[in-house]
Design a protein around this ligand. Structure first.
Ligand SMILES: [Ca+2]
Length: 267
């Protein structure tokens, strides 16, 4: 009877097996962040993997809830979206390109904060740092990159241990390894930027003598000198285009022009 009289306490017992619940009468999260029928009092947030953001001994779940509030309020609010893959894993989308409706030639401040519309977005480096370092299962999280070629072929690549450092470390990116058994492509096109700080056209931290961003599309990325995969490059306005200034996945032997890209991290 007590449980039925107090649904908040009831949900506290099962949230670790399912998702974190928030009380919509006291929370004002954007609708894209929550999974609840219209008019519901409680909404579920996807579960972060063992989040411990501060190392403090707060109430179990409190830091997780705080993490989601921070991600979901990171403007623009439409950035917070999740996906469920057929192998029963949950992901949060951190980057997406589907059209030329939105330019990715943006300054440092935009890439830190995040930007986007309904089809194209970047979740922001602050959110990426938080999402990829909150796990205590080990360093980093799983990253999945999904791509569509102009002939309709779908390809994907997965990485383990993906993590983005904080502002003080230039949001540098690293990972453990590409998961060949969970990837449909063989070549690791992300490798050029492994260990690199993040660069934009107004912040050069690449290993090239010039500025990779200024030379190629003016987007932000973890450039080496310069890249084989750069999804924040220009979107090819007329379809398939192998010019380096348009988004692509490349190996030592071939270059593939992309019609869509999506990057997501497992939660
Ligand atoms: Ca440079």
């Amino acid at each position: 009877a007590k449980i039925q009289a107090n649904p908040v306490n009831f949900w506290r017992h099962i949230r670790w097996q399912a998702t974190f619940l928030v009380d919509l009468s006291t929370e004002s999260l954007p609708p894209q962040c929550v999974h609840a029928p219209e008019g519901a009092r409680f909404a579920a947030l996807p579960k972060l993997s063992g989040a411990s953001l501060t190392g403090g001994a707060a109430q179990p779940g409190a830091e997780e809830a705080a993490a989601w509030r921070q991600v979901c309020r990171n403007p623009p609010a439409t950035l917070c979206r999740t996906k469920h893959t057929a192998d029963d894993r949950n992901w949060i989308v951190v980057q997406q390109r589907r059209s030329a409706s939105l330019g990715f030639d943006r300054p440092w401040a935009d890439y830190v904060r995040g930007f986007g519309d309904g089809e194209n977005f970047w979740i922001g480096l602050t959110a990426l740092h938080m999402l990829t370092t909150a796990s205590n299962r080990g360093p980093g999280v799983n990253l999945r990159i999904q791509m569509t070629f102009w002939n309709g072929t779908e390809a994907f690549a997965e990485y383990t241990g993906f993590q983005v450092a904080g502002h003080e470390a230039n949001f540098s990116m690293t990972y453990s390894q590409m998961s060949k058994s969970k990837s449909s492509v063989f070549y690791d096109a992300l490798a050029d930027g492994k260990g690199a700080g993040f660069s934009t056209y107004d912040r050069d931290r690449d290993r090239d003598s010039g500025s990779c961003s200024q030379t190629w599309g003016r987007g932000g990325w973890w450039f080496g000198a310069c890249y084989k995969f750069y999804p924040n490059d220009l979107y090819p306005p007329g379809g398939r285009n192998l010019d380096w200034k348009y988004m692509k996945w490349a190996s030592n032997k071939e270059i593939v022009s992309l019609s869509s890209v999506l990057m997501m991290v497992q939660i």
